[in-house]
Write a protein that binds this ligand. Structure first.
Ligand code: RAM
Length: 347
């Protein structure tokens, strides 16, 4: 395994700290925004609204927990809003509402790199700081992108895992999220390059889209296995996709024969690691990602940073971060979960 025990301990400790910090915080602030002060552009307007790709995804529940913990520490007002389905059109109305409310910052995981840009431009014109996290827009549409790990690192972790699990040879396919998701598409492009350059005996035969919907992902996995009888492995770079694919595999004849890896949350994947459907998968800590995005938003609101390369800010328990190229802040490295370590995590 490529990820050191030290990192396991660090992540486990962070999870424990975050869990303790969250104890007693029953209000998730997810009631839809409420009153936010109407002061877009004010340097002390700490009304920070999170807009994930969609609601009801445990990954975003966890990133919002981290965001709320940070906003509470900062003495601001946290809100989480979002659509039921991961579509750009559905995100636009929430962006417009946040603009009308005059929030200090909007923290968005984008369902499309371009489609929400007009709405985000209007928000920024009204003085709202726009931070993308998890899934970026085009750089000109936001003030800052808080990235979970480099796209190269995320792609390589998944390619290494599938190569190891199928003996570096045979047909594989990808069960992705939505077709326009900036993050998954960036990772898939790099995975294709890595497969071509470093794994000549692996053939990527199909990429299908489960739309970050459990049932669609489940059905697409079933169809994929029907149409590719020689499939040896599946990569699903989405927490919804991988858990749905695992649910399908776990009760099928393919269990233990077709490998499955990708990006998943330990809580959603635990039963499939324990029953032998999945041996290893990767992710980062979504709680830390939301926490960092909230601190970055506050630093933009106060004017401590503008998004210039080299700007630095403190992100509470996570320490100091520096803004890199293209107004991007990096959380850290992806992390691999397997039978040995999955018991140490609870998210
Ligand atoms: C899903 C979403 C999210 C992605 C994770 C890995 O929850 O698509 O954007 O980062 O999977």
């Amino acid at each position: 395994m490529k990820f050191a025990r030290k990192r396991v301990a660090a992540v486990a400790a962070a999870v424990v700290v975050a869990t303790l910090a969250l104890a007693g915080c029953a209000d998730t602030g997810s009631s839809g925004g409420g009153s936010t002060g109407g002061e877009g552009g004010g340097s002390d307007n700490l009304a920070i609204t999170f807009l994930p790709k969609s609601l009801g995804n445990p990954y975003f529940d966890t990133s919002s927990k981290g965001g709320k913990a940070a906003v509470d520490e900062l003495g601001g007002t946290f809100a989480e809003v979002g659509p039921a389905e991961s579509t750009p059109d559905a995100q636009v109305s929430y962006i417009n509402t946040a603009t009308q409310q005059g929030v200090g910052a909007l923290v968005v995981s984008a369902n499309d790199p371009k489609a929400i840009c007009d709405a985000l431009d209007e928000a920024r014109d009204a003085g709202v700081k726009v931070v993308t996290f998890d899934s970026d827009t085009n750089p000109e549409c936001r003030d800052l992108f808080v990235n979970q790990a480099t796209a190269e690192g995320i792609a390589k972790a998944q390619v290494d895992l599938i190569a190891e699990q199928i003996g570096d040879a045979g047909e594989i396919a990808i069960v992705s999220a939505t077709a326009n998701a900036t993050n998954q598409n960036a990772w898939i492009d790099i995975m294709k390059e890595l497969l071509a350059s470093e794994h000549p005996n692996i053939q990527l035969v199909d990429v299908v889209y489960g739309d970050d919907d459990e049932q669609v992902s489940f059905d697409k996995t079933a169809a994929l296995l029907q149409s590719h009888p020689n499939l040896k492995g599946i990569i699903s770079p989405t927490t919804i996709g991988i858990s749905a694919a695992a649910r399908y595999l776990s009760t099928s004849d393919y269990k233990g024969k077709v490998a499955l890896t990708g990006l998943g949350t330990p809580n959603q994947m635990r039963e499939y690691v324990e029953d032998g459907t999945v041996t290893a998968f990767a992710l980062w800590n979504p709680e830390d990602l939301g926490y960092l995005a909230a601190y970055a938003s506050a630093a933009l609101i106060s004017g401590e940073i503008t998004g210039e390369e080299g700007d630095t800010f403190e992100a509470g328990k996570l320490g100091e971060f520096t803004v890199g190229e293209d107004a991007t802040v990096l959380l850290g490295d992806p992390f691999v979960f397997d039978k040995e370590n999955i018991g140490e995590f609870d998210f």
